[in-house]
Design a protein around this ligand. Structure first.
Ligand code: CMC
Length: 389
């Protein structure tokens, strides 16, 4: 067993050798399989990026076509799974609904749970990619009391998801190409981020040879927390309360710096980036474009920009190298698209799914993989005898 190293939060412990995503936190660099995030954001599509992350190379035209078609063919959920959504309270947060439904997929597909059977891993990959957006749309529709729509396989994943969220059976749904493009871009930006909390969770669960659905379901729960994926929702709540309470951004910043009641500037700071998060740069630009087009809430964008401006010039943030992260502006875009706050983190989950799948597969395929089992530094009582009374 040897010497145990105490490293809370795994600040300095690598738990994986991975060829998927490269981050240089000091320089603000992010690459998927070697390709810079800004080039992918500009030229690629979410489905293509998902393929790249999972299979290691960009697909040819034919490969992309086949991948897209196979995913479209698996969008239907088992009818019994539909009933599952009625069991939750009406105002249920969609994240636990999402993780529960994904966990339940193990019960519907007992034929594809063997992590070491290539064909079964393939079909689980396709099923998850195809069904998670449908599950998320069902959770959303349930929460607003509207009928769930069946998927329309003439549409691609992003288009279908928007239609299933915002369409109603009573009338045709017209897709807005700007919205499709913006959502596809945001999904690309979230698609992987090496060993973050949810991905490490997926790996840890997968290391026990739990199946892909069980592992991804655990990842969704890890993403739910406000320090991770839940931050996009927390940012919007923060901006809202600054606006409704009439607090000056300057005064809010003072509260943050004085660490008043644990107030943080949500959407700022990152374990790895000690520079501007390259994803945040792209999101910020998109926020301006899309809010211009969709007529989003400019006042909240103004507050966000003022907070950012103040923070970047403030010693507290400079000394700690705190910059906006990907979540700082995303909520404003989702809001402008018509999503309520509760849906922001599920949207992050849809984007992160290919990363979770790619990392789970890499772990399973790596002969060096061992079950994840951290050690501890014991701080409890020494031996003591049970008092016989
Ligand atoms: N506002 C104010 N102070 C902060 C913030 C913030 N957002 N983030 C970090 N700090 C301070 C922190 O209090 C600490 O100060 P001190 O040295 O005086 O104790 C110092 O900066 C170092 O922070 P840390 O908490 O030790 O850093 P960490 O690497 O453990 O945490 C983090 C990283 C992302 C959890 C943290 O920055 C944070 O809580 N940010 C707000 C939540 C957020 O936006 N999360 C989204 C992360 S990016 C996308 C994702 O992963 O989902």
């Amino acid at each position: 067993t040897g010497q145990v190293t105490y490293d809370p939060g795994f600040m300095n412990t690598a738990n994986a050798k991975s060829a998927i995503t490269y981050i240089d936190g000091d320089e603000g660099v992010l690459r998927y399989r070697g390709y810079p995030i800004d080039q992918l954001a500009q030229n690629s599509s979410f489905l293509e990026v998902a393929y790249l992350l999972i299979y290691g190379e960009l697909p040819t035209g034919d490969q992309l076509g086949a991948w897209d078609e196979e995913i479209r063919r698996h969008t239907m959920l088992h009818e019994d799974l539909k009933g599952f959504f009625s069991g939750f309270p009406r105002d249920a947060h969609p994240m636990p609904v999402l993780s529960s439904a994904v966990s339940a997929l193990s019960t519907f597909y007992p034929d594809s749970l063997d992590p070491f059977d290539e064909e079964q891993v393939h079909i689980s990959t396709i099923r998850l990619m195809a069904k998670l957006p449908v599950i998320a749309s069902y959770a959303f529709k349930k929460s607003i009391g509207q009928p769930m729509l069946y998927p329309d396989n003439s549409l691609n994943l992003t288009e279908n998801f928007l239609r299933q969220c915002f369409g109603v059976p009573a009338e045709p749904y017209e897709l807005d190409p700007d919205m499709v493009k913006a959502l596809d871009l945001l999904l690309i930006l979230h698609a992987d981020h090496e060993q973050n909390c949810s991905t490490s969770t997926v790996r840890l669960v997968g290391s026990s040879h739990a199946n892909m659905f069980a592992s991804v379901s655990a990842g969704i729960n890890a993403l739910y927390g406000p320090l991770h994926g839940g931050a996009n929702e927390a940012v919007l709540n923060m901006l809202r309360s600054i606006k409704s309470d009439g607090v000056k951004p300057e005064d809010f910043m003072d509260k943050v710096k004085n660490k008043e009641a644990g107030v943080k500037l949500m959407g700022f700071g990152h374990r790895v980036y000690k520079n501007y998060d390259p994803r945040a740069k792209i999101v910020k630009k998109t926020a301006h474009d899309i809010l211009g087009k969709l007529g989003g809430n400019d006042e909240l964008l103004d507050i966000a920009m003022r907070l950012e401006e103040k923070a970047l010039a403030d010693d507290y943030f400079i000394e700690r190298k705190l910059y906006p992260n990907v979540d700082f502006y995303t909520g404003l875009i989702y809001k402008a698209m018509g999503f309520p706050e509760k849906m922001f983190t599920p949207l992050f989950a849809l984007g992160r799914l290919p990363g979770w799948i790619a990392q789970w597969r890499e772990l399973i395929e790596d002969p060096a993989t061992k079950i994840g089992r951290p050690r501890q530094v014991y701080t409890g009582h020494d031996l003591r005898d049970y008092p016989v009374r």
